[in-house]
Design a protein around this ligand. Structure first.
Ligand SMILES: [Zn+2]
Ligand SMILES: [Zn+2]
Length: 284
């Protein structure tokens, strides 16, 4: 194959065309930058929520090597062996980029871990992450939180939301979520226009370190494989899909919840007591 842009011989096929390494990296970064620029991230203090996986490590790499004002945030969930492996990769990388890293150790600071609950671990993890990823970076002075969710994740969420009739959630399938409460940080998703394939390729080409370990509790969904199968017959399927989802998001119904502050911890919630405190109370 020859690179569609410069004609150089290549084995990479991405963004619907053969591309040499240099042109692939350029197109990838252009898509990431498009999101960051549109939402004016250049003058913001950004916390990157790091799991140690390829997506968040690529976000960290991009922001750190393009002079954004950024620091890393890692939650040690105490899930052996992945938490330890991921933490080491995160610590090493932040040191290499010379950027600050904030770590929350769930067991030490909150007295419990995911392992204290039987079953339903993914939703428990989700509750813990959503809570801490907002609270801690805000206390550390961040103005916005960047997460590693990518294009394929949002397409998968979109289909799941449709089939589960959770239409309102599709309003959030966008690259930027503004704050709805003084204590709620806005969210930016720099990988909104690139998927698993592209992010892994980018990490491998540039030598971005990441943990290949998957969470032992995660279930195999199969959705993404379907999108890649469609793409074999329908060129650019994922990119066209995500652009439609972005445009469509505002047409989904709005949910009218007023955020107040949790009676126990003071963090924003739609209920009297937030789901993190509810979770914590279950253990005691
Ligand atoms: Zn080229
Ligand atoms: Zn609370």
């Amino acid at each position: 194959m020859k690179c569609k842009i410069c004609g150089k011989e290549t084995t990479i096929h991405a963004f619907g065309m053969p591309l040499c390494k240099d042109d692939f990296v350029r197109l990838f970064e252009r898509r990431v930058e498009r999101i960051l620029k549109k939402y004016k991230m250049r003058d913001k203090k950004i916390a990157v929520a790091l799991s140690g996986g390829k997506d968040s490590m690529v976000v960290l790499h991009y922001l750190a090597t393009h002079d954004y004002d950024v620091f890393g945030y890692f939650i040690d969930l105490d899930i052996p062996p992945i938490s330890e492996i991921s933490k080491n990769i995160v610590m090493k990388s932040c040191k290499e980029y010379s950027i600050p890293l904030v770590i929350t150790n769930l067991r030490k600071e909150y007295g419990f871990t995911v392992a204290d609950f039987r079953g339903k671990s993914c939703s428990i993890c989700g509750t813990i992450k959503r809570y801490l990823i907002n609270k801690v970076p805000r206390e550390e002075g961040a103005e916005v939180v960047a997460t590693g969710h990518n294009m394929d994740d949002f397409i998968e969420f979109f289909f799941k939301n449709m089939l589960g009739k959770n239409y309102v959630w599709n309003r959030n399938m966008v690259p930027y979520l503004p704050s709805e409460h003084p204590k709620l940080l806005p969210r930016i998703r720099p990988l909104y226009l690139v998927g698993d394939l592209e992010t892994k390729l980018y990490a491998d080409i540039l030598g971005v370190k990441y943990s290949p370990e998957k969470c032992p509790f995660a279930k195999f969904s199969g959705w993404k494989e379907i999108f890649y199968d469609i793409e074999k017959k329908k060129r650019n399927f994922r990119h066209e899909m995500i652009r439609s989802i972005w445009e469509m998001a505002e047409f989904f119904p709005e949910y009218d919840v007023e955020l107040k502050e949790c009676k126990i911890c003071g963090e924003p919630t739609s209920r009297e007591i937030c789901s993190f405190c509810t979770l914590k109370n279950k253990i005691k």
